[in-house]
Design a binder for this molecule. Structure first.
Ligand code: SF4
Length: 331
């Protein structure tokens, strides 16, 4: 019996800042402008060094949207020598490339010009569509206007940026809204051919947030939406779930074929014997499926040459290393 392939990537997680101009009702990431709201360059470089040592292939830069809009932020950013978070991100991307890692940036809403500049130092980028519906969870989040998000994903397509997007389930949207959101993603991919993966993520109520008493979507919602995603999206678009979901194993049979990125748990503890406890977990999850490591830029985009010259040697080296790994069942 043929079982499919489940992919994942090894990443270094770098949340450059927790400050964000939006106020999503479910957010447990954002903080006010305060001491420690920016990861220092020293810390970023340390994480990059450890991650490279542990065999990570991806530097995932993800952070609050347009933090400069928040008063007082400029002072903290100025203290590390930058006037915009995207300038800081750009330099850290170069540091990642220098260490043999491929940057993937999710900075929330960016303009065409901002993405064009970052493309030079990023192998892929991402922005969750979340939903095409107007939901009250987004009432105070200008960046969550569906039209604004769709426009950015279009611009990424025009720029030929391999792109990750996805749905957030259970934030007040209906089943029809989920279907519409998937149709919109499908159409974007038909026009530009740049959507490499779609994350199906469930809302989790977090204490201290406005939506802490809101019910989390049930397993049935996850099952139905994954099945819907697999039906609506073209076969070259991966369906991804975060592997830490309670019933991830169960979800694989509904059409999931990617488990996203995992980071070394103890980033500072470089122990070649057990640096990746989660890989064993992933193997258990994958069961009969073949678990295969991938890069943040999918092979079809490497073949099409959708990357800057600056990334070429790292992509070629990592691709070569991964292809070698395929021959070894023990990753
Ligand atoms: S965009 Fe929303 S969910 Fe993301 S960090 Fe900002 S407030 Fe939180």
């Amino acid at each position: 019996m043929h079982h499919g392939v489940i992919t994942y990537s090894r990443n270094a997680f770098l949340p450059l800042t927790t400050v964000c101009r939006n106020r999503c009702g479910y957010c447990c990431f954002r903080t006010p402008v305060q001491e420690g709201c920016i990861i220092s360059p020293k810390e970023v470089l340390h994480t990059l060094d450890c991650s490279a040592e542990l065999g990570c292939t991806e530097a995932l830069f993800t952070f609050g949207e347009r933090p400069e809009n928040e008063s007082g932020f400029a002072k903290y950013l100025g203290a590390i020598g930058y006037s915009t978070i995207l300038d800081y991100c750009y330099d850290m991307c170069i540091a990642a490339i220098d260490r043999g890692l491929l940057p993937h940036t999710n900075a929330g809403i960016m303009t065409y010009d901002e993405m064009e500049r970052l493309k030079d130092v990023n192998a892929s980028m991402g922005l969750m569509l979340e939903t095409t519906a107007s939901v009250s969870a987004h009432a105070n989040s200008p960046g969550k206007d569906p039209a604004v998000r769709i426009e950015m994903i279009e611009n990424a397509g025009r720029l030929k940026i391999p792109f990750t997007t996805g749905l957030l389930l259970g934030i007040g949207e209906s089943v029809q809204d989920r279907e519409e959101s998937l149709e919109v993603i499908k159409d974007l991919h038909k026009r530009f051919g740049h959507i490499q993966e779609v994350i199906i993520q469930n809302f989790c109520p977090k204490e201290g947030t406005p939506m802490e008493h809101y019910p989390a979507p049930g397993n049935d919602v996850m099952h139905d939406t994954i099945r819907m995603a697999r039906e609506i999206l073209p076969p070259d678009v991966s369906v991804q779930i975060p592997p830490n979901l309670a019933d991830a194993k169960d979800l694989l049979s509904y059409g999931v074929n990617d488990l996203g990125g995992i980071s070394p748990v103890t980033i500072d503890y470089v122990n070649p014997e057990h640096p990746w406890p989660q890989i064993n977990e992933l193997k258990k999850l994958a069961g009969e499926f073949t678990l295969r490591e991938r890069l943040c830029i999918y092979p079809q985009y490497i073949r099409k040459g959708w990357y800057s010259e600056r990334l070429e040697s790292v992509i070629k080296k990592l691709e070569h290393d991964l292809n070698l790994n395929v021959n070894y069942p023990e990753i």
